[in-house]
Design a protein around this ligand. Structure first.
Ligand code: GLN
Length: 275
């Protein structure tokens, strides 16, 4: 299964400090992941990093100019230019993923997380680590709840792209992002039992993530930053495993205020209305 991570903090950090430099970075997880749980062996079908651009040039604060997305359908370790750029780019908010395509799904740049889109007045980055069982047939009924244009503009014919379209539609309909994510997980589990649904969503100010039949950990930093990752990036004892069946919501703090991290149990059987 793919691996993903996200970071939010008050202090700018390089992409490399999270994605390529730690001892068990996403780069290492692309060729030597530790916890794939039977879903593939390496994450070599592409990668992506989306980040929120610091406002140094006076860009607006609520448009796409604030984000950048770098995706490739090659293994991360083959992209020397990315490894170089990652050392020079700084951000306070990023979502990154390496992909192991589920059998039967296309290998293409557009299928690589994170997916990016506008909803509810913000720009979101989204990643899915896992698989929807019985896809696409199992999801036909849920997909039919989407506006036709949303279906026609999904980036790839993958379970992950459809999950993103469902989350985005619910945020556009006014749902709180945590409710949108929890609702899509509940509906997808009802439609496709046994699915692995580790979702990750950020608007640069908050992180929402789920752990459903897949590994997830988080850690906080002394400056008030918070990082979540499929696998801990190093052996620091600060990493906290997220229990299976959980919803995590996090906002960064400061050197004086710790980040706000809540981990609550998902209720897979609670009915969530569709948009
Ligand atoms: N099923 C998704 C895809 O094919 C995610 C794959 C994964 O987590 N390995 O893109």
């Amino acid at each position: 299964m793919c691996r993903h991570l996200a970071h939010l903090g008050p202090t700018p950090v390089t992409l490399a400090s999270l994605v390529t430099e730690p001892p068990h970075s996403l780069l290492v997880q692309s060729y030597a992941p530790a916890d794939m749980r039977g879903g593939g062996t390496v994450n070599a079908d592409g990668f992506g990093v989306g980040w929120y651009v610091r406002d140094l040039l006076g860009y607006g604060t609520e448009d796409r100019a604030r984000t950048a997305l770098y995706r490739r359908d090659d293994p991360m370790w083959t992209d020397a230019s990315f490894l170089d750029v990652a050392r020079a780019v700084e951000t306070t908010a990023l979502v990154a993923a390496v992909r192991s395509a589920t059998v039967g799904m296309p290998v293409s740049t557009a299928a690589c997380a994170p997916f990016r889109g506008e909803a509810g007045g913000a720009t979101w980055l989204f990643s899915h680590n896992g698989v929807v069982r019985g896809w696409p047939h199992s999801m036909a009924e849920l997909a039919a709840t989407l506006p036709a244009v949303d279906l026609l503009t999904t980036e790839a014919a993958t379970d992950s792209a459809l999950l993103w379209a469902l989350v985005r539609a619910r945020i556009s309909a006014g749902k709180d992002p945590a409710d949108a994510v929890a609702g899509v997980v509940a509906d997808a589990l009802a439609a496709a039992p046994g699915s692995r649904l580790n979702l990750l969503l950020s608007d640069g100010a908050q992180l929402v993530a789920t752990a459903v039949d897949h590994a997830l950990s988080y850690r906080t930093h002394p400056d008030g930053g918070v990082t979540i990752a499929s696998e801990p990036l190093d052996d620091d004892g600060a990493w906290v495993p997220v229990p299976d069946g959980s919803l995590l919501v996090a906002r960064p703090g400061s050197a004086h205020d710790p980040p706000a991290v809540t981990v609550t149990a998902l209720s897979p059987h609670a009915p969530f209305p569709t948009p």
